[in-house]
Design a protein around this ligand. Sequence first.
Ligand code: ADP
Length: 425
Amino acid sequence: MALLGCIADDFTGATDLAATLVRSGMRTVQLIGVPGADDAAPEADAIVVALKSRTTPPAAAVADSRAALGWLRRAGCTQFFFKYCSTFDSTEQGNIGPVADALLADLGAGFALACPAFPTNRRTVYQGHLFVGGALLNESGMEKHPLTPMTDANLVRVLSRQTDGTVGLVAFETVARGAGAIRSAMTALAEQGRRYAIVDAVTDAHLRAIGAAAAAHPLITGGSGVAIGLADNFRAAGTLPERADPGALPRVTGAAAVLAGSCSRATLLQIATARAHLPVLELDPLATPDAAALTAQATAWLADAPHDVPIVIAASATPEKVAELQRRLGRDAAGMLVEHALADIAVALLARGVRRLVVAGGETSGAVVTRLGVRSLRIGAEIDPGVPWTYAEGSGPALMLALKSGNFGGADFFTRAFTAAEDAP
Ligand code: ADP
């Protein structure tokens, strides 16, 4: 039975958390959306339910999160984790506060820590203030985010505005003294009636100490970073065995392909690098702003493409071309058009026998996974940090999927991904 039940407020954030848990020795499965009441729990140490609740109205985020919690409790999980972004992406109304309030109430608990720190990605919390690299959150560019502008770096204040509970701070001086000091400070805050504690963390050692201090907490909230210490608690309690290979996946054979809808710099470089080694089709949505016509171009190209090497199909374009298409169609319509085409092309790839698929782009991954009817991803080893191979199951054939957030991965990611899969035990 699963030990740790996680609720993530977006799709790539869920994968990031799941990969962290595998690295710490927990077999982990990510579920897409709240499973049905009759869906059996997967065989795993941790289950991550991926929601799209970061920017939905608070009432919807709360309802989805409570439904996920109810399902995870029935699946036997004993501790719960609410995962949000390491930049604390939220609005004045939520959704971090309202969701955490509702989860605490359902669990009959009165206190949770909140720690978005992720030092590997240079997100740190000091004196309750969130830094992105050397900049305060509100001077990091996040203050201009289109959906969740973060104009205040003081997380005690930010979270206070989203909850009717009160928020305290476990500051660096305490965190630096280790798990015992952090545990005592959190207990004191809970006894004073605080519902939350923002906990400072600047290094992974701090995150491990915070994890140890929260061993008995029913709910932990934070970024994926603060999850790094949780497996140790279960091992210490004797509930989690040493797993020789927590990322072991069933073997899947079949043709290999890459589908790219990200226009991020890293993805553009990966496509350019792949051109020298693999067959690459570059679609031009600006010249052909029609999803059906783009899909037809791809299927025509596929008819002559080789089966024995990975192939790459990309809609990705330079910022100038993207801006031009957005100017003509509107931002949302431009994105939807390309996502629609790539999801259709994914179906064509599967029909052609592709069973190992890399998808580049967060929104693109969401569109492809939805279209393919994928419901669960068993998380394997990482190809590059934050991008694991996964074993996908749903309404179609079993697949190996690697869902890459646009800016992740090295230049040779598209070639290396498949070598990594072949080298896996
Ligand atoms: P990332 O992870 O890099 O943000 P996403 O897939 O989340 O990538 O977002 C990229 C968006 O850009 C998607 O909505 C995709 O459909 C859209 N897109 C891809 N290619 C083009 C293009 N040539 N012109 C306009 N929009 C595009």
